[in-house]
Design a protein around this ligand. Sequence first.
Ligand code: HEM
Length: 445
Amino acid sequence: MVVRDAVRWGATHGVMRLAIRARARSGNADAEVLRDPAVREDPYGHYERLRTDAPFAGGAFAKVSVHHEVCTDVLRSDAFGQIGGNRADGLPAVLRAALRLAGPRRSVGPIDPPSMLAVDPPEHTRYRRLVSRAFSARAVARLRERTAEIAGELLDALERDAGPGGRVDLVARYASLLPVTVISEVLGVPVGMREQFLAWGDGATPSLDIGVDWRTHREVERNLAELDAWFRGHLADLRRSPGEDLLSALVLAADEDADEDGDGLTDRELLATAALVFGAGFETTVNLIGNGAALLFGHPEQRRLLAEDPSLWPNAVDEVLRIDAPVQRTGRRARHDTTVHGVAVGEGELVLLVLGGANRDPRVFADPTAFDVTRPNARDHVSFSSGIHFCLGAALARMEGEVALRALFERFPDLAPAGPAHRRPTIILRGFESMPVSLGRRAGR
Ligand code: HEM
């Protein structure tokens, strides 16, 4: 097992690490972001080095774009598909053969088929259709009140459990717990396990990254396998005795569909869909809340505007998403030879789309580095991607971000940092893993 795993790691991440290191040594801005955690603390200056008049810059190992128009055009284009199972396609024949020998891994990863994030139509349409209604704007509106209750309960607990001087870790005690509680309730998984889900989720998120080291890779595999085993058991229980929740509906829909037109989900597809919606439901929004708190700490004048006019909160959340995207980049592979803004892209070629850079494109956003909660077109960011893979949970994430940040800053008007916050080490997901704060007085007291 370990040998197979080592072959898989070596042929993908290991080879990538070598390529990235070599490119970083020659001063490639994209490779420096991927390679150096210190650069990753603030990658935005590096993105500007990739912003030339050309649609693409030469990245660490593929064409890369920080242009808003190029990113949206590629994401909406039929000529491009998900990287999906073809991640090995660009590798030399010997490495492809090694990967074939190692065989597929048993657990399902969030960006490996049959995750909906990793496949093209018609499979993508089939998987997405089964879950999309639960996350529509109307369904999310119905969750707002309960989300506000959860925020209130967590804030009560913060006050109760805070250490001397009202000190707490905002990420561990609030930003991470709110989304995992909401998505657990939506899916009907036991909320009492939320700390365990967070631990598995945090351990598995580097699986999205490129060129991770062997130790991290092993940790990712262990966490994915444990989450996977738990989910398999849970779905089997639901099949035997379904409840009123979304996962039970998904289990039934998968079976019914299979009866009617052979269009249902296999067990692996069901597992991948359930695990993706669950994981994506909390591993991203935590970063929206953390990034938002940090931005508001750094911009007291914007915080004042929100206190004076709370109707600005929804726009403020989009501005947070724009200026510090929780998902920094994605990629697509050309399905056939094509041209993007005059640049030829060959069949099978990978292109990388830096969402965090596109969000600061001066051709779309005036004074793009300014954090401005009144920005009229803040919502034009691409932090939720674009095209057919546009984030399924965008409405839920926006609502959670708004409810969570507003409740927090309204309850504790003097909330302030109480020591250095630490960024997560991940490349694609950007957020904080810890943020010590002091609560200060409670509003109205
Ligand atoms: C601030 C929070 C969030 C951000 C920044 C975010 C970002 C993204 C991005 C960038 C993609 C598309 C990636 C690509 O095009 O390759 C995506 C897809 C997805 N997101 Fe989110 N997401 C967030 C919250 C959520 C939540 C709360 C859910 C829960 C339902 C969710 C579920 C999904 C799913 C299922 C997909 C795959 C959609 C598809 O392939 O059709 N996300 N998200």
